[in-house]
Write a protein that binds this ligand. Structure first.
Ligand SMILES: Nc1ncnc2c1ncn2[C@@H]1O[C@H](COP(=O)(O)OP(=O)(O)O)[C@@H](O)[C@H]1O
Ligand SMILES: [Mg+2]
Length: 227
């Protein structure tokens, strides 16, 4: 579904990613784990076409390296960004509808409300009055509204209590099972990834230093993260 080949990413002259290679198969959940500043957000932004890069990004069999961000979204890539980036003074439902590419979207809205009943109860509430966990649900819901084939998730567990992370993990499992979409999840906190991912890569200082099944990542926090 997604293949990233020899990706190098730059902000001005600073090189942030070095020869990154990774893939996400159809229906697969893949985690990229790495400490703060490793380049995780830059990787997701590169896949969306928001960063200057060298290398190739292949999506659904097509080379999308030269496509603009909105063209990539149209093809079926959606992102749930770091820090959620919601519209705090708009309601839950308006935030969700904004994810829908101006199309008729009541069926997807129904799916999101079924996935997160809490959002249905609070559909007319302003997002800024919701808890962090509820806001993360809105952000994930919004990313589903465009009917993506691939969803990119940037640290969805950030700042959330373990019990809330557990709810997010359950929702991601349902999304995988019920919608069959591919998910690329970047995380610094590996517990969510352990619950939902099939495979993982470890990114340190812009380079992939390890890859394997999620089970093979046991003990990795000690090895890479406390440096
Ligand atoms: N817009 C930017 N301009 C310049 N440097 C940036 C920018 N965004 C991030 N960086 C740098 O790129 C590196 C990787 O950042 P980032 O991708 O946000 O890492 P992570 O998401 O893994 O914490 C950091 O050293 C950060 O300071
Ligand atoms: Mg980040």
């Amino acid at each position: 579904m997604l293949r990233v080949e020899n990706l190098n990413a730059f902000y001005d002259k600073a090189q942030i990613l070095r020869n990154v290679n990774l893939k996400v198969d159809r229906g697969e959940v893949v985690a990229v784990l790495g400490p703060n500043g490793a380049g995780k957000t830059t990787l997701l932004r590169s896949i969306c076409g928001l960063v200057k890069t060298k290398g190739r990004v292949i999506f659904a069999g097509r080379d999308i390296t030269k496509l603009k961000p909105h063209e990539r979204i149209r093809l079926g890539i959606s992102i749930c960004p770091e820090g959620r980036r919601l519209f705090p003074n708009m309601t839950v439902e308006d935030n969700l509808r904004l994810g829908a590419l101006l199309e008729e979207c009541n069926d997807r809205l129904r799916y999101v409300y079924n996935l997160f009943p809490r959002l249905k109860e609070r559909r007319n509430q302003l997002v800024k009055t919701m808890s962090g966990g509820e806001q993360q649900m809105v952000a994930i819901g919004r990313a589903l509204m465009s009917n993506p084939k691939l969803m990119l998730l940037d640290e969805p567990s950030m700042g959330l209590a373990p019990i809330v992370v557990e709810n997010i993990a359950k929702a991601l499992k349902r999304i995988k099972e019920e919608l069959g979409i591919s998910i690329l999840l970047v995380e610094q906190n590996i517990s969510l990834a352990f619950e939902v991912a099939d495979r993982a890569y470890v990114l340190v200082k812009g380079e992939i230093v390890k890859e394997g099944s999620i089970e093979e990542m046991q003990g990795l926090e000690r090895e890479y993260f406390e440096v």
